[in-house]
Design a protein around this ligand. Structure first.
Ligand code: H79
Length: 587
């Protein structure tokens, strides 16, 4: 289900053959992902009975920064009492237009609302369970329906969050061990009678959905596929996030989520999004007023988009239906910036040269957008790393006024104006002669130091993909054939003998598979050793290699033979001086 993206983080020059889609999928992957690639910024809404408790149960408080929507689990609130409490949910001030309007003025293009969170309560009119906002509360209005209609009117793509495994209300759902004996749970019954039927209701009653945001994974891949198949059968264009599957197995879905509030260390070869919240909680808490500043949110957006991802930013409405004034104010200010600078965000791709000391970048067509966080003291912005000829520079806010540029020892210098600075990020637009290309980059070594080669500084070829793993780490996987390669371009300054240390995880199916490590003309072969199941990484010693010449060297790893399973989940290749202090000195 996951396609390699066309925009790699650093080495963008290699294009991946288009994978054939399973005949189940009615639309080609590219078409279905198009809006996701363009839109970049979405609104997440966590809203449910927990909003009424606002972080407190019978005098016990959720500490600031902890997750208020977890209150039922945290204080082991009995189902009977939580259900009684939920009867009081009556958000009389709720106005769906206000939500859609705020998303719109913040520059957000999609909205994801918790149709059911882990507490099992549906924020829509469900016939599967009467424990929903229409049948259970005096409010009697379908919040999900009203939001879906308001979003459609205001041009926001509507999406739902659905916790498909966790359900603290249902005797057979996952998670409630204080009311129900885990040994007596019939999880299949839960899937059959609540989770899948509710998913069907959401897919058939609320118009076209942009994506379904599952959470907490499934026990098995087979179970996850039942959800994926249902979504694709009823709404072929609707995307599925990666948390649909078992976190410890191969990740499924149309795109991956980083961990909650995760920031990426680098780009990935697949589509991704990071869910983050404006303070420290998802559902509303009276005890958490630690709001991020508008500038912080803007810089996070830039950081994420500059690495090829999407930013799903959460608000937690109050139980009366209003949006906390502080979070609305932050979003309005982010919107001000987006109105002026959205051109540098929507439809852009990852920066091909990584990050700069003064800020970040994105690219689109023949334009490079430089997001300047720190104003250079001498007024000259130094932009290294682009090979492309740069034809002109101007502030995005003043396109008619060209800024003087020149190149000095390969580094572009832009003479910045004294005025027009934005405290969050000032955007400079460079126009390149053609598609912006990065300079070929070589990894250098310090004195007597090892080479640490990992996913971040690697170039992937063929089917090899830089992927997220649910532990919050990253690796390279999906390589099966000799053309699926991982490559590094290094600069050897200290000839000598190096110990080769490979860190990876490998499933039993990969045991004994041969691979080749290429150091220029020298080849070292190895055989995969299993590390048990899935993502259990271990360090393996592959002997020593003598790098006798100073200068450029290409290092690669590839499967020796075609076919079979994923070779390994590769984490890093370390070249350690065999005898410390004995490497040749730099001239
Ligand atoms: O919906 C939001 C979270 O409630 C949900 N994902 C985001 C989008 C989420 N599900 N699981 N987790 C987050 C991770 C679980 C964290 C926990 Fe805890 C640590 C559960 C128990 C210990 C945080 C601290 C919540 C309660 C105490």
């Amino acid at each position: 289900m996951i396609r390699k993206k066309s925009s790699a983080f650093r080495f963008s020059a290699f294009r991946i053959p288009i994978l054939l889609w399973a005949c189940l999928i009615h639309l080609p992957a590219e078409d279905r992902m198009e809006w996701f690639k363009n839109d970049k910024f979405g609104m997440f809404i966590h809203w449910g009975p927990y909003s009424l408790l606002a972080g407190e149960w019978k005098g016990q408080k959720i500490p600031p920064g902890d997750e208020a929507e977890w209150i039922m689990q945290r204080f082991n609130i009995p189902v009977k009492e939580y259900r009684e409490m939920a009867r009081g949910l009556n958000p009389v001030k709720f106005d769906a237009n206000r939500f859609a309007g705020l998303a719109r003025s913040a520059g957000m293009k999609y909205m994801v609302i918790t149709a059911k969170h882990h507490d099992g309560f549906a924020m829509y009119h469900s016939e599967v369970s009467g424990y929903n906002i229409v049948d259970w509360t005096p409010f009697r209005r379908d919040v999900v329906k009203e939001l879906s209609e308001a979003c459609r009117r205001q041009g926001i793509r509507f999406c739902v969050y659905y916790s498909h495994r966790e359900d603290w209300d249902d005797p057979d759902g996952y998670g409630n061990h204080w009311d129900y004996d885990p040994a007596k749970k019939d999880f299949e019954k839960y899937l059959r009678e609540k989770s899948l039927p509710q998913m069907r209701e959401l897919l058939t009653g609320y118009g076209p959905l942009g994506l379904i945001w599952f959470d907490r994974g499934m026990y098995t891949t087979e179970q996850a596929n039942r959800f994926m198949d249902l979504v694709h059968k009823l709404q072929p264009a609707c995307l599925v996030n990666g948390r649909v599957g078992n976190y410890a197995h191969d990740l499924l879905g149309d795109y991956q989520n980083l961990n909650d509030n995760g920031m990426p260390t680098g780009g990935l070869d697949e589509y991704w999004e990071t869910p983050q919240t404006l303070n420290g909680t998802w559902g509303f808490s009276r005890f958490d007023q630690d709001w991020k500043t508008p500038a912080n949110v803007i810089r996070r957006l830039i950081e994420i988009v500059g690495k090829g991802g999407n930013y799903l930013l959460n608000i937690g409405p109050l139980a009366d239906g209003t949006i906390p004034a502080a979070s609305a104010a932050v979003l309005e200010q982010v919107g001000d910036w987006m109105r002026r600078n959205g051109e540098s965000i929507y439809g852009s791709s990852a920066c091909p040269v990584g990050q700069f000391p003064w800020g970040r970048c994105t690219v689109k067509g023949d334009r490079i957008f430089l997001h300047v966080f720190e104003r250079p003291a001498d007024g000259i912005l130094r932009v290294g790393g682009f090979r492309s000829e740069i034809l002109s520079a101007a502030l995005l806010s003043a396109p008619a006024r060209e800024l003087p540029i020149r190149r000095e020892q390969g580094v572009l210098q832009v003479q910045m104006p004294a005025q027009g600075w934005d405290p969050a990020a000032t955007v400079v637009v460079l126009r390149a002669a053609g598609k912006p290309e990065a300079e070929p980059h070589r990894i250098t070594q310090g004195s007597d130091s090892p080479f640490h080669l990992d996913y971040l500084n690697a170039e992937t070829r063929g089917g090899a993909m830089k992927r997220f793993n649910r532990d919050g780490r990253f690796h390279i996987g999906r390589w099966k054939n000799p053309e699926d390669q991982v490559l590094w371009r290094v600069q050897v300054s200290q000839p000598g003998s190096y110990r080769i240390q490979l860190r990876y995880a490998a499933r039993r199916q990969s045991e004994g598979r041969k691979f080749l490590l290429q150091f220029g003309e020298q080849t070292v072969s190895g055989a995969v050793k299993t590390t048990g199941e899935w993502y259990r990484y271990q360090l393996f010693d592959l002997g020593t290699i003598r790098l006798s010449a100073r200068g450029p060297l290409d290092i690669s790893i590839r499967p020796a033979e075609a076919g079979g399973e994923n070779l390994m989940f590769f984490e890093s290749l370390r070249l350690e001086p065999a005898i410390p202090g004995q490497l040749g000195r730099i001239d």
